[in-house]
Write a protein that binds this ligand. Structure first.
Ligand code: B1M
Length: 234
């Protein structure tokens, strides 16, 4: 029996449990992440605090060791699955705020890119803020965005990219919207670890969002402006 088997998560104080969850996320231990998430919630942690301090922080550590060649794709996939299991528990709780409906957003990861944790998180937080979120998944060519826009008539289009090789595809989508005369009908928000504000401006997005919390604030802000403009013109 290893030391690991002896750890009873429920016996750990909050700080040690959070630390242990970072280790469990690193090791891709899905059931332990589910258990830890439930324990912290039962102790009165808000879903947002569990998300940011236990899960996102753990994934940040995984990201560093992936970058440094200490972790490899199969291990990171296990970490991602464990992270998603925790997010699955938190999602309904984050959405349960009773916030009035603010607007609709279509969100998807761009073509060539299969990273979806950040996008999912953005979707969850926007749902919690009262947005109806249509998640079109990963690896989306421009046609998928156009189809979703046609079907759901969103106020906001959100795009995610985690690779330097896929981020330029966001411009393909925006340029297509311009060509089709649809650009002004939608607020376009972009995000993902390799992006920055300058890139967002350069490709013609309305805003770059550094993280999910900023995405929520930015989306709410743009919706407020949109409603004010409508008020003025009518
Ligand atoms: Co990938 N990967 N990966 N990976 N991966 C990165 C992105 C990388 C930085 C790791 C590294 O340091 N080397 C690197 C990219 C380097 C670069 O381009 N500069 C990288 C690489 C190279 C690759 C592969 C090429 C590896 C390979 O095959 N050799 C490959 C590519 C696959 C592909 O997409 N075609 C690959 C594969 C994978 C896995 C499948 C193993 C897995 C993805 C699992 C999944 O998503 N289901 C994976 C993971 C997990 C990562 C890291 C470790 C973690 C990403 C993550 O989930 N972060 C990542 C390292 C890193 O980012 N430091 C890495 C947690 C998440 C909460 O943060 O996604 O940044 P993030 O989202 C944030 C913000 O960015 C923002 O809000 C979110 C929440 O706060 N945001 C938005 C994101 N999207 C938004 C959209 C918005 C608004 C805000 O719209 C409005």
């Amino acid at each position: 029996m290893s030391d690991e088997d002896d750890i009873v998560l429920a016996d750990l104080p909050d700080d040690e449990l959070t630390q242990q969850m970072h280790d469990d996320l690193y090791d891709g231990l899905k059931e332990e992440i589910e258990e830890g998430t439930n324990i912290l919630l039962a102790r009165g942690w808000t879903p947002y605090k569990v998300l940011t301090e236990a899960l996102v922080e753990g994934m940040r550590i995984v990201g560093e060791d992936f970058r440094d060649g200490i972790l490899f794709v199969p291990e990171v996939l296990l970490s991602a699955n464990a992270m998603k299991a925790g997010m699955f528990i938190l999602r309904p709780l984050l959405a349960e705020t009773g916030a009035p409906k603010v607007g609709t957003m279509v969100v998807g990861t761009v073509k060539g890119d299969i990273h979806d944790i950040g996008k999912n998180l953005v979707g969850m937080m926007l749902e919690g803020a009262g947005f109806e979120v249509v998640d079109i998944g990963i690896n989306n060519p421009v046609e998928n965005y156009l189809e979703a826009i046609e079907e759901h008539k969103p106020d906001i289009l959100g795009m995610s990219a985690l690779l330097t090789t896929t981020m330029p595809y966001m411009k393909v989508v925006i340029d297509t919207l311009v060509e089709k005369g649809m650009r002004e009908d939608h607020i376009v928000l972009v995000g993902g670890a390799p992006l920055n504000e300058e890139f967002g401006k350069a490709i013609g997005a309305d805003a770059y969002c550094r993280d999910a919390a900023v995405a929520v604030e930015t989306a709410k802000d743009f919706m407020k402006r949109k409603h004010n403009q409508m008020g003025v013109s009518t």
